[in-house]
Write a new protein. Structure first.
Length: 354
Protein backbone atom coordinates (compact mmCIF):
# COMPACT_ATOMS: atom_id res chain seq x y z
CA UNK A 1 0.00 0.00 0.00
CA UNK A 2 1.24 3.49 -0.79
CA UNK A 3 -0.31 6.87 -0.13
CA UNK A 4 -0.01 9.61 -2.75
CA UNK A 5 -0.96 13.20 -1.98
CA UNK A 6 -3.38 14.65 -4.56
CA UNK A 7 -4.15 18.34 -4.62
CA UNK A 8 -4.41 19.21 -8.32
CA UNK A 9 -5.75 16.12 -10.10
CA UNK A 10 -9.35 17.15 -10.26
CA UNK A 11 -11.61 20.13 -10.69
CA UNK A 12 -14.55 21.28 -8.64
CA UNK A 13 -17.65 22.37 -10.54
CA UNK A 14 -19.17 25.33 -8.74
CA UNK A 15 -21.60 28.23 -9.17
CA UNK A 16 -23.58 28.01 -12.42
CA UNK A 17 -22.35 24.51 -13.29
CA UNK A 18 -23.75 22.98 -10.10
CA UNK A 19 -26.86 20.78 -10.10
CA UNK A 20 -29.80 22.59 -8.60
CA UNK A 21 -31.20 21.92 -5.17
CA UNK A 22 -34.97 21.51 -5.34
CA UNK A 23 -37.03 22.22 -2.28
CA UNK A 24 -40.42 20.93 -1.19
CA UNK A 25 -43.08 23.63 -0.77
CA UNK A 26 -42.62 25.49 2.49
CA UNK A 27 -39.26 23.88 3.21
CA UNK A 28 -36.01 25.65 4.01
CA UNK A 29 -33.67 26.22 1.07
CA UNK A 30 -30.43 24.26 1.02
CA UNK A 31 -27.21 26.05 0.10
CA UNK A 32 -25.35 25.29 -3.14
CA UNK A 33 -23.50 21.98 -3.21
CA UNK A 34 -19.91 21.30 -4.24
CA UNK A 35 -19.27 18.69 -6.93
CA UNK A 36 -15.82 17.12 -7.17
CA UNK A 37 -14.53 14.89 -9.97
CA UNK A 38 -12.91 11.89 -8.30
CA UNK A 39 -9.49 10.57 -9.34
CA UNK A 40 -10.74 6.97 -9.43
CA UNK A 41 -12.84 5.08 -11.97
CA UNK A 42 -15.78 3.19 -10.49
CA UNK A 43 -16.14 -0.26 -11.99
CA UNK A 44 -18.91 -2.07 -10.12
CA UNK A 45 -19.77 0.08 -7.14
CA UNK A 46 -18.39 2.42 -4.52
CA UNK A 47 -19.15 3.68 -1.05
CA UNK A 48 -18.58 6.84 0.96
CA UNK A 49 -18.19 7.43 4.71
CA UNK A 50 -17.53 10.67 6.58
CA UNK A 51 -15.21 10.85 9.59
CA UNK A 52 -15.68 14.55 10.27
CA UNK A 53 -12.63 16.24 8.79
CA UNK A 54 -12.26 13.57 6.09
CA UNK A 55 -14.36 11.55 3.69
CA UNK A 56 -13.37 8.23 2.15
CA UNK A 57 -14.67 7.06 -1.23
CA UNK A 58 -13.96 3.54 -2.48
CA UNK A 59 -13.46 2.70 -6.14
CA UNK A 60 -15.20 -0.66 -6.32
CA UNK A 61 -14.39 -4.27 -7.10
CA UNK A 62 -12.35 -3.62 -10.24
CA UNK A 63 -10.27 -0.75 -8.83
CA UNK A 64 -7.39 -0.34 -6.39
CA UNK A 65 -8.00 3.05 -4.77
CA UNK A 66 -9.77 4.90 -2.01
CA UNK A 67 -9.97 8.66 -2.48
CA UNK A 68 -9.61 10.83 0.64
CA UNK A 69 -11.33 14.22 0.74
CA UNK A 70 -11.45 16.99 3.30
CA UNK A 71 -14.72 18.18 4.82
CA UNK A 72 -15.34 20.54 1.90
CA UNK A 73 -14.79 17.78 -0.66
CA UNK A 74 -11.30 18.61 -1.93
CA UNK A 75 -9.24 15.48 -2.59
CA UNK A 76 -6.19 15.47 -0.33
CA UNK A 77 -4.87 11.93 -0.75
CA UNK A 78 -5.49 8.49 -2.21
CA UNK A 79 -4.86 5.10 -0.67
CA UNK A 80 -3.54 2.85 -3.44
CA UNK A 81 -2.71 -0.78 -4.06
CA UNK A 82 -5.89 -2.30 -2.63
CA UNK A 83 -7.51 -5.38 -4.22
CA UNK A 84 -10.97 -4.11 -5.11
CA UNK A 85 -12.07 -1.87 -2.18
CA UNK A 86 -15.88 -1.84 -1.95
CA UNK A 87 -17.94 -1.34 1.22
CA UNK A 88 -16.61 1.06 3.84
CA UNK A 89 -17.40 1.48 7.54
CA UNK A 90 -16.09 3.58 10.40
CA UNK A 91 -15.55 2.62 14.03
CA UNK A 92 -17.78 4.50 16.46
CA UNK A 93 -14.93 6.81 17.44
CA UNK A 94 -14.24 7.44 13.71
CA UNK A 95 -10.55 6.66 14.16
CA UNK A 96 -10.58 3.44 12.14
CA UNK A 97 -11.74 2.92 8.57
CA UNK A 98 -12.74 -0.64 7.67
CA UNK A 99 -12.59 -1.64 4.00
CA UNK A 100 -14.15 -4.73 2.45
CA UNK A 101 -11.78 -6.44 0.01
CA UNK A 102 -13.92 -9.19 -1.52
CA UNK A 103 -11.38 -9.88 -4.26
CA UNK A 104 -8.84 -10.84 -1.57
CA UNK A 105 -11.19 -12.52 0.97
CA UNK A 106 -10.15 -9.92 3.50
CA UNK A 107 -11.08 -6.77 5.40
CA UNK A 108 -8.51 -4.02 5.91
CA UNK A 109 -8.34 -1.44 8.70
CA UNK A 110 -6.79 2.03 8.32
CA UNK A 111 -6.06 4.84 10.74
CA UNK A 112 -8.25 7.73 9.56
CA UNK A 113 -5.63 10.26 10.64
CA UNK A 114 -2.36 8.84 9.33
CA UNK A 115 -4.00 6.72 6.58
CA UNK A 116 -1.69 3.87 7.58
CA UNK A 117 -3.03 0.32 7.32
CA UNK A 118 -3.21 -1.00 10.88
CA UNK A 119 -4.62 -4.50 10.32
CA UNK A 120 -5.84 -6.91 7.68
CA UNK A 121 -8.33 -9.61 8.66
CA UNK A 122 -8.34 -12.73 6.51
CA UNK A 123 -11.83 -14.18 6.08
CA UNK A 124 -10.53 -17.24 4.22
CA UNK A 125 -12.07 -19.22 1.39
CA UNK A 126 -15.03 -20.32 3.54
CA UNK A 127 -15.73 -16.70 4.39
CA UNK A 128 -14.91 -15.52 0.91
CA UNK A 129 -15.99 -12.27 -0.71
CA UNK A 130 -16.86 -10.13 2.35
CA UNK A 131 -19.04 -7.49 0.73
CA UNK A 132 -20.88 -5.56 3.49
CA UNK A 133 -19.61 -4.24 6.84
CA UNK A 134 -21.24 -3.14 10.10
CA UNK A 135 -19.12 -2.35 13.20
CA UNK A 136 -20.93 -2.76 16.53
CA UNK A 137 -19.05 -2.68 19.83
CA UNK A 138 -16.30 -5.27 19.92
CA UNK A 139 -17.45 -6.92 16.70
CA UNK A 140 -17.04 -6.01 13.06
CA UNK A 141 -19.93 -7.80 11.35
CA UNK A 142 -19.74 -8.66 7.67
CA UNK A 143 -21.95 -10.25 5.05
CA UNK A 144 -20.09 -12.63 2.77
CA UNK A 145 -20.58 -15.19 0.00
CA UNK A 146 -18.87 -15.60 -3.38
CA UNK A 147 -21.38 -17.75 -5.21
CA UNK A 148 -25.19 -17.92 -5.29
CA UNK A 149 -26.57 -19.82 -2.32
CA UNK A 150 -23.54 -19.26 -0.05
CA UNK A 151 -24.49 -15.98 1.64
CA UNK A 152 -23.86 -15.79 5.39
CA UNK A 153 -22.78 -13.51 8.23
CA UNK A 154 -19.50 -13.46 10.11
CA UNK A 155 -17.68 -11.18 12.49
CA UNK A 156 -14.21 -10.13 13.54
CA UNK A 157 -13.76 -9.94 17.32
CA UNK A 158 -11.65 -6.79 17.56
CA UNK A 159 -10.94 -7.19 21.28
CA UNK A 160 -9.13 -10.48 20.84
CA UNK A 161 -5.40 -10.31 20.39
CA UNK A 162 -4.90 -11.33 17.71
CA UNK A 163 -8.38 -10.55 16.36
CA UNK A 164 -10.48 -13.65 15.67
CA UNK A 165 -12.83 -14.19 12.73
CA UNK A 166 -15.96 -16.32 13.16
CA UNK A 167 -18.10 -17.46 10.23
CA UNK A 168 -21.52 -19.04 9.73
CA UNK A 169 -23.34 -16.86 12.25
CA UNK A 170 -26.60 -16.56 10.30
CA UNK A 171 -27.50 -20.04 11.54
CA UNK A 172 -30.77 -21.26 10.05
CA UNK A 173 -31.39 -17.91 8.33
CA UNK A 174 -30.72 -18.40 4.63
CA UNK A 175 -29.11 -15.81 2.38
CA UNK A 176 -28.70 -16.42 -1.33
CA UNK A 177 -25.98 -13.79 -1.75
CA UNK A 178 -23.74 -11.89 0.64
CA UNK A 179 -26.28 -10.04 2.81
CA UNK A 180 -26.22 -6.33 3.48
CA UNK A 181 -25.77 -5.66 7.21
CA UNK A 182 -26.46 -2.60 9.38
CA UNK A 183 -25.67 -1.85 13.02
CA UNK A 184 -26.81 0.79 15.52
CA UNK A 185 -24.39 3.45 16.71
CA UNK A 186 -25.39 3.24 20.38
CA UNK A 187 -26.76 -0.30 20.61
CA UNK A 188 -24.39 -3.17 19.69
CA UNK A 189 -27.11 -5.65 20.65
CA UNK A 190 -29.00 -5.23 17.35
CA UNK A 191 -28.07 -6.24 13.81
CA UNK A 192 -30.09 -5.85 10.62
CA UNK A 193 -29.44 -7.96 7.52
CA UNK A 194 -31.06 -8.10 4.12
CA UNK A 195 -30.99 -10.01 0.86
CA UNK A 196 -29.77 -7.74 -1.94
CA UNK A 197 -31.02 -8.04 -5.48
CA UNK A 198 -33.97 -10.34 -4.76
CA UNK A 199 -37.62 -9.57 -5.36
CA UNK A 200 -39.16 -9.30 -2.88
CA UNK A 201 -36.23 -8.52 -0.60
CA UNK A 202 -36.06 -10.51 2.62
CA UNK A 203 -35.02 -8.49 5.68
CA UNK A 204 -34.05 -9.99 9.05
CA UNK A 205 -33.42 -8.42 12.44
CA UNK A 206 -31.28 -10.08 15.10
CA UNK A 207 -30.31 -9.57 18.68
CA UNK A 208 -26.65 -9.99 19.57
CA UNK A 209 -25.41 -11.71 22.72
CA UNK A 210 -21.97 -13.16 23.27
CA UNK A 211 -21.11 -12.68 19.62
CA UNK A 212 -24.04 -14.84 18.52
CA UNK A 213 -27.16 -13.89 16.58
CA UNK A 214 -30.76 -14.68 17.43
CA UNK A 215 -33.34 -13.79 14.81
CA UNK A 216 -36.28 -11.85 16.23
CA UNK A 217 -38.15 -10.82 13.09
CA UNK A 218 -38.16 -11.13 9.31
CA UNK A 219 -40.24 -9.78 6.46
CA UNK A 220 -40.62 -9.82 2.69
CA UNK A 221 -43.00 -6.84 2.71
CA UNK A 222 -40.59 -3.91 2.58
CA UNK A 223 -39.77 -3.99 -1.11
CA UNK A 224 -37.81 -5.58 -3.92
CA UNK A 225 -34.20 -5.27 -5.07
CA UNK A 226 -32.79 -4.02 -1.78
CA UNK A 227 -30.23 -1.26 -2.20
CA UNK A 228 -29.48 -0.25 1.38
CA UNK A 229 -30.33 -0.71 5.07
CA UNK A 230 -29.99 1.53 8.12
CA UNK A 231 -30.79 1.59 11.83
CA UNK A 232 -31.33 4.62 14.01
CA UNK A 233 -28.60 5.12 16.67
CA UNK A 234 -30.70 3.39 19.36
CA UNK A 235 -31.37 0.36 17.16
CA UNK A 236 -35.13 0.74 17.55
CA UNK A 237 -36.11 1.64 13.97
CA UNK A 238 -35.11 0.02 10.69
CA UNK A 239 -34.98 1.92 7.39
CA UNK A 240 -34.72 0.42 3.92
CA UNK A 241 -34.15 1.56 0.34
CA UNK A 242 -35.43 -0.80 -2.34
CA UNK A 243 -36.12 -0.41 -6.04
CA UNK A 244 -39.80 -0.58 -5.17
CA UNK A 245 -41.87 0.77 -3.46
CA UNK A 246 -40.99 4.36 -4.27
CA UNK A 247 -40.47 5.55 -0.72
CA UNK A 248 -38.21 4.82 2.25
CA UNK A 249 -40.02 2.53 4.71
CA UNK A 250 -39.30 2.73 8.43
CA UNK A 251 -40.52 0.02 10.81
CA UNK A 252 -39.73 -1.17 14.35
CA UNK A 253 -36.51 -3.17 14.27
CA UNK A 254 -37.97 -5.69 16.70
CA UNK A 255 -41.03 -6.32 14.52
CA UNK A 256 -40.37 -5.71 10.85
CA UNK A 257 -43.98 -6.49 9.96
CA UNK A 258 -45.45 -3.81 12.24
CA UNK A 259 -46.87 -0.59 10.76
CA UNK A 260 -44.33 2.15 10.15
CA UNK A 261 -43.78 5.49 8.47
CA UNK A 262 -43.02 5.80 4.75
CA UNK A 263 -40.78 8.70 3.76
CA UNK A 264 -41.92 10.10 0.41
CA UNK A 265 -39.62 9.71 -2.63
CA UNK A 266 -39.57 8.77 -6.33
CA UNK A 267 -38.34 5.74 -8.34
CA UNK A 268 -35.97 4.00 -7.54
CA UNK A 269 -34.62 4.12 -3.94
CA UNK A 270 -31.02 2.86 -3.57
CA UNK A 271 -29.57 4.47 -0.42
CA UNK A 272 -30.70 5.47 3.07
CA UNK A 273 -28.76 6.97 5.98
CA UNK A 274 -29.68 8.23 9.47
CA UNK A 275 -27.69 11.11 10.94
CA UNK A 276 -25.40 10.40 13.86
CA UNK A 277 -27.64 12.19 16.39
CA UNK A 278 -30.69 10.36 15.04
CA UNK A 279 -32.90 13.30 14.09
CA UNK A 280 -32.37 13.43 10.32
CA UNK A 281 -32.78 11.04 7.42
CA UNK A 282 -31.24 11.16 3.96
CA UNK A 283 -32.39 8.92 1.13
CA UNK A 284 -31.11 8.45 -2.39
CA UNK A 285 -32.76 7.21 -5.55
CA UNK A 286 -31.59 6.13 -9.00
CA UNK A 287 -33.70 8.71 -10.77
CA UNK A 288 -33.63 9.65 -14.44
CA UNK A 289 -35.58 12.91 -14.35
CA UNK A 290 -36.31 13.16 -10.61
CA UNK A 291 -34.07 14.62 -7.86
CA UNK A 292 -31.67 12.00 -6.47
CA UNK A 293 -31.16 12.89 -2.78
CA UNK A 294 -33.95 13.57 -0.28
CA UNK A 295 -33.67 15.11 3.20
CA UNK A 296 -36.16 14.53 6.03
CA UNK A 297 -36.70 15.22 9.68
CA UNK A 298 -37.28 11.91 11.43
CA UNK A 299 -41.02 11.57 12.03
CA UNK A 300 -42.06 13.76 9.06
CA UNK A 301 -42.51 11.78 5.81
CA UNK A 302 -42.41 14.87 3.55
CA UNK A 303 -38.94 15.85 2.29
CA UNK A 304 -37.44 19.11 3.51
CA UNK A 305 -35.38 19.44 0.33
CA UNK A 306 -34.11 17.43 -2.61
CA UNK A 307 -30.93 17.45 -4.68
CA UNK A 308 -30.16 16.44 -8.27
CA UNK A 309 -26.80 14.79 -9.05
CA UNK A 310 -27.08 15.79 -12.70
CA UNK A 311 -28.74 14.49 -15.83
CA UNK A 312 -26.93 11.44 -17.17
CA UNK A 313 -25.59 10.56 -13.71
CA UNK A 314 -26.98 8.23 -11.07
CA UNK A 315 -26.41 7.64 -7.38
CA UNK A 316 -24.65 4.42 -6.42
CA UNK A 317 -26.33 1.90 -4.12
CA UNK A 318 -25.62 2.86 -0.52
CA UNK A 319 -23.22 5.67 -1.53
CA UNK A 320 -24.68 8.28 0.83
CA UNK A 321 -23.26 9.48 4.15
CA UNK A 322 -23.94 12.15 6.76
CA UNK A 323 -21.20 14.31 8.20
CA UNK A 324 -20.95 13.53 11.94
CA UNK A 325 -22.34 16.97 12.82
CA UNK A 326 -25.33 16.52 10.49
CA UNK A 327 -24.60 19.72 8.57
CA UNK A 328 -23.65 18.06 5.29
CA UNK A 329 -24.36 14.93 3.33
CA UNK A 330 -22.00 13.25 0.90
CA UNK A 331 -23.12 11.31 -2.16
CA UNK A 332 -21.27 9.50 -4.95
CA UNK A 333 -22.63 9.40 -8.48
CA UNK A 334 -21.38 7.87 -11.73
CA UNK A 335 -21.95 8.44 -15.42
CA UNK A 336 -25.11 6.64 -16.50
CA UNK A 337 -24.12 6.50 -20.16
CA UNK A 338 -21.00 4.36 -19.91
CA UNK A 339 -20.48 0.78 -18.70
CA UNK A 340 -18.25 0.45 -16.84
CA UNK A 341 -18.42 4.03 -15.68
CA UNK A 342 -15.36 6.17 -16.27
CA UNK A 343 -16.48 9.15 -14.22
CA UNK A 344 -17.26 9.31 -10.52
CA UNK A 345 -18.23 12.46 -8.64
CA UNK A 346 -18.44 13.35 -4.97
CA UNK A 347 -21.32 15.67 -4.04
CA UNK A 348 -20.98 17.71 -0.85
CA UNK A 349 -24.53 18.79 -0.02
CA UNK A 350 -25.33 21.22 2.81
CA UNK A 351 -28.24 19.83 4.81
CA UNK A 352 -31.38 21.98 4.90
CA UNK A 353 -32.51 23.52 8.17
CA UNK A 354 -35.27 21.56 9.88
Amino acid sequence: MRIRRKFTLLTAALAASLPAVAVAPGAAHAAAAVVVRLPIPVAVGADVVAAGDREFISGGYGTSQIAVADAAGAIVATIDGLPGPTDLALSNDRRTLFVALPAANAIAAFDTGSLAETARYDTGAEGGCPAHLAPAGRYLWFGYGCTPGTGDIGHVDLRRQPARTTLGLAGATYFYDAPAVASALRNPGVLLAGETGSSPAEIHSFTVAGGRLTEVSSTRELGSNLGDLALDPAGSTAFTASGAPYHFPSVPAGDLNAPGLNYQAQPYPVAVEVSREGGKLAGGINGIYEPDVYFYTIGNPAPLATYEVGQGYHLLNGALAWAPNGRRAYAVSTDRDYEPSTTAELHVIPAPAA
